[in-house]
Design a binder for this molecule. Sequence first.
Ligand code: 6K6
Length: 139
Amino acid sequence: MKIYFAGSIRGGRDRVELYHQLIVYLGKYGTVLTEHIGNPNITSNGENLDKKEIFDRDVRWMDESDVVIAEVTTNSLGVGYELGRADELGKPVLCLYCIENGDNLSAMIGGNMAFKVSDYTDIESAFRAIDGFFAGLPS
Ligand code: 6K6
């Protein structure tokens, strides 16, 4: 199972520790292609790579992935773009949204019935949402 994890970079790195914990947990289900999203050394300045190389690599990983899991609490143009692409490719998508942030999720994410959007309160409830998502995938 190849997992594409999407989380904010330029949109802000406030939740990087949470991304890291989610990525470690996802290791239970497969290989996370985008492990670097949980790396605290990657600030909102991004990786020290050429923009085109990052785009080409991430698009390739998205194509290769079996599922897409996005943390969508922090608004991010890149995550929104990735989710649109995942939708076009027909990938199973789980969006995790921390409800303590209020009712602020974009309707273009929350209103897309092709996505499973799970609200969570703490890391344990996010883990349960992940378990439920994988349990519901067609075998
Ligand atoms: C380099 C130059 C400009 O921004 C960077 C940041 N480097 C990135 N490295 C890896 N993945 C990235 C980078 N920038 C965006 N992404 C992809 O978009 C990731 O897969 C994230 O899921 C998403 C974050 O988008 P933004 O808009 O928050 O950066």
